[in-house]
Design a protein around this ligand. Structure first.
Ligand SMILES: NCc1[nH]cc(CCC(=O)O)c1CC(=O)O
Length: 310
């Protein structure tokens, strides 16, 4: 790619998606000399607000329309929150780079309470994420967890309208939108293990676009990319479905990647969580994925089979 190259970035139109696309647009210009324009699109995932996404087709709903734009040549690059990207991309598409991760943790957001521990008995907490629901109930079985969908602004508005005592959101999204002041407490990862890829951005392109792949590789942050490879491999090894209450988070200690995975029961949200800690020296994608597969195997040994949807 030359300095005069210009491309189109396909993006969803939520404030967060646009922030992320503009962030990548700025980096393309600054670091690679590539001019990019944005193509905003509405996806099915943005339109379905009344049902839990896992029941209507899951994460893929946020990326399909963007992939169609890539396939038809209306755009060359799609910017995604990595956690919304399915574990297996359709034939013809590839993740060219994963960018350095923002804070991967979940945040406790409330107008009246400083932390989860402060919530009164039986308080109502908003979340539609099975991963968050199972972990919340394992920390505080007395809570009532109620569905909460929509983009970040919508979810905050529903909190402010009084529908919930508190809600749980990704810290990364709130920080990116200058909403960090809404965070009352950040969950330590041991308490509320994040989902695979949380806080990271994934850059998706057509597999046949070799020149763009080569250019984007320079934006990749390898420690994040390998950590996310390990996290995503856990999910892939368990079937890759987003209707699983599955958490996977990896951290570096020197050259060692420390991966934690937690699985809740797909239907009985009060069943105890299964946990698999695993660690290995990781140097490349293959060793990162092997670590994720090892954690998934540990979950299976603990009885994950009975936790997976039938
Ligand atoms: N599922 C929606 C979604 N996708 C990415 C983020 C936040 C940013 C990120 O985790 O990268 C969010 C909001 C949330 O989970 O609270």
């Amino acid at each position: 790619m030359t300095a005069s190259t210009s491309i189109t970035i396909a993006t969803r139109e939520s404030r967060l998606a646009l922030w992320q696309a503009e962030h990548v647009q700025a980096r393309l210009g600054r670091e690679l000399g590539i001019t990019a324009t944005l193509l905003g699109m509405t996806t099915r995932g943005d339109q379905i607000l009344d049902r839990t996404l896992s029941k209507v087709g899951g994460k893929g709903l946020f990326v399909k329309e963007l992939e169609t734009a890539l396939a038809e040549g209306r755009a060359q690059l799609a910017v995604h929150s990595l956690k919304d990207v399915p574990m297996e991309l359709p034939e013809g598409f590839t993740l060219a780079a994963v960018l350095e991760r923002e804070d991967p943790r979940d945040a406790f957001v409330s107008n009246d309470y400083a932390s989860l521990a402060d919530l009164p008995e039986g308080a109502v907490v908003g979340s539609s994420s099975l991963r968050r629901v199972t972990q919340l109930l394992s920390l505080r079985p007395d809570l009532r967890v109620e569905p909460l969908r929509g983009n970040l602004d919508t979810r905050l508005r529903k909190l402010d309208e009084g529908g919930y005592h508190a809600i749980v959101l990704a810290a990364a999204g709130l920080k990116r939108l200058d909403l960090a002041h809404r965070v009352r407490a950040v969950f330590e990862v041991e308490q509320m293990l994040p989902c695979a890829g949380q806080g990271a951005l994934g850059l998706e392109i057509r597999t046949d676009d070799g020149a763009l792949a080569e250019a984007l590789a320079r934006l990749a942050h390898m420690p994040t990319q390998l950590a996310c490879e390990a996290e995503r491999a856990v999910s892939r090894a368990l079937g890759g479905s987003c209707s699983l209450p599955l958490a996977a988070h990896a951290r570096w200690q020197g050259a060692t990647l420390c991966l934690d995975a937690a699985l809740g029961h797909a239907e009985l949200h009060t069943s105890p969580l299964l946990r698999a800690p695993a660690a290995a020296d990781v140097t490349d994608v293959a060793s990162a994925r092997a670590l994720g597969q090892q954690a998934a195997a540990q979950l299976r040994e603990q009885g994950a089979g009975a936790y997976l949807p039938g």
